[in-house]
Design a protein around this ligand. Sequence first.
Ligand code: ATP
Ligand code: MG
Length: 573
Amino acid sequence: MRFSRAFIPTMKESPADAEIPSHKLLVRAGFIRKKASGLYDILPLGVRVLLKIERIIREEMNRAGAQEVILPIMHPAELWIESGRWDVYGKEMIKFKDRHERDYALGPTAEEMITDLVRKEVKSYKDLPLNLYQIGRKFRDEIRPRFGLMRAREFIMKDAYSFHASDEDAEREYWNMYETYSRIFKRMGLDFKAVEADTGEIGGKFSHEFMVIADTGEGKLVYCEKCGYAASTEKAEQRKPEIPEKREEGFENIEKVYTPGVKRIEEVSEFLGRLGRDEFPPEKILKLLVYVIDDKPVAIAVRGDREIEETKLKQVFRRKNVRLATDEEIEKFTGQPKGFLSPIGLRIPVYADYSVIPMVNFVAGAGEEDYHIKNVNWGRDFKVKEFVDIAEVKGGDPCPKCGAPLTEKRGIEVGHIFKLGTKYSEAMNATFVDEDGKEKPIVMGCYGIGVTRVMAAAVEQNYDENGIIWPVEIAPFEVIVIPVNVKKEEIAETAERIYKELLIAGFDVIIDDRNARPGFKFKDADLIGIPYQIVVGKKAKEGIVEIKVRRSGERFDVPVEKVVNKVKELIEG
Ligand code: ATP
Ligand code: MG
């Protein structure tokens, strides 16, 4: 490709709505343009990257035995009604009618579409297993589209679905996909972690998210360097503390304290600390919240310095409808004022997080306006209905498997694998006749990769103050040849020669043949992030050019006739 002919509109300024580096840089470097909220034009450089990402995905999926299909993006409503998701999926699904007033949706995911295909064709266990995938557009009317391609309303996803005669076989394929995803993200040159993830309504233990490590990630994960445990914080378990046998020995007498207008944990901690000799860090204060779980109020207690992870809460109660009670509801359900809730004499059941187990002589609300109580002890002063694991795990917490301290990072979810079981096959009557002659529902799994999100995530992990630094495996071009002055014959000729040799050798190369100042060209090359730059300057006369490595900034002189070999060495090395 010749830069002079290429459609690469680079810009000096970042767009005003771009908050994170990948969004800024992909726009500035001419990979994408915003059309409307959550909708992007992908320009030629962007397409080149996406095709490389897709190629790696295709190669690895095919190698793993999956087969590619293309299903319609227009999904007939009947299928979603059959699975029960037409109403449940909610506002994220874009729905419309055709000219005959029939309902359709733009596919946000394709379990229904694929199950419909398979149920019509698969009759016997002999037709199984199957793993079918597609790479295509998905539509989700996200509440808050943001971060450019990261959370868009229209995006490209690779979605695969597998079909099995038994649970064991679905499990085997799950791990096959786990390995495949690991290979895919490794080949893309990304720093990622596969973490245990929440399984939502389906339950069970088979769900992993593949997270690209980045500070701007919307997700959080913890992992153990010692034993390898890794989980999304939506799922990560706490190690259950032991309940000491002689807890009662240290119990002190309850004491009521006047705490006018002091409600929040930090305020209570500060206020009590100022009152007397003792310190009252948040770890000594009980946080008590009222939740409404499927219309029933429950009190949830957690140590003052901990946050409740609502995904875990939903999982513990096996309920989808979990929300904080409103102020009026709190008064109605407990008869106590918000901000001073006491676990003592509470009318609704108290569930306490594991973090409450080791707490003794702690502070809690007094159940009346402007008062707290000190030296509260669970067991003696109030009954805990059940100790549950609902607090968010943090870095430094003990690993639930081996006890070593966990490391916490932020990450971008680029892939998700999931064992579905028979949820869709039962709802949609997708059955097969097994070896024993019995008709059974097909066991399913599903496996997604956010193709456009991967492009953004890769930038989030690979950039500096000058621009993007693509991993060579997914770079739009592997090499750029930069003649510093196209008006100088020996420079232009040498550059052209090198360009052609690299083309013939099969490299993805672009030549910056524009009649522009060298500084201008170098800036663009750095911004776009092409891994290797071949600078053809004055030394061309002596048959010498310079190679610059984008990532390290390293430069070295290379004789013209050795350039192809050197590039090969750099890319393959
Ligand atoms: P998230 O929690 O980020 O909304 P999700 O759980 O809804 O993701 P899945 O339904 O598992 O996502 O979709 C598979 C993959 O598609 C995700 O791992 C992610 O990489 C990608 N993806 C999901 N939503 C979007 C979006 N709005 N824009 C770009 N990529 C997306
Ligand atoms: Mg989502």
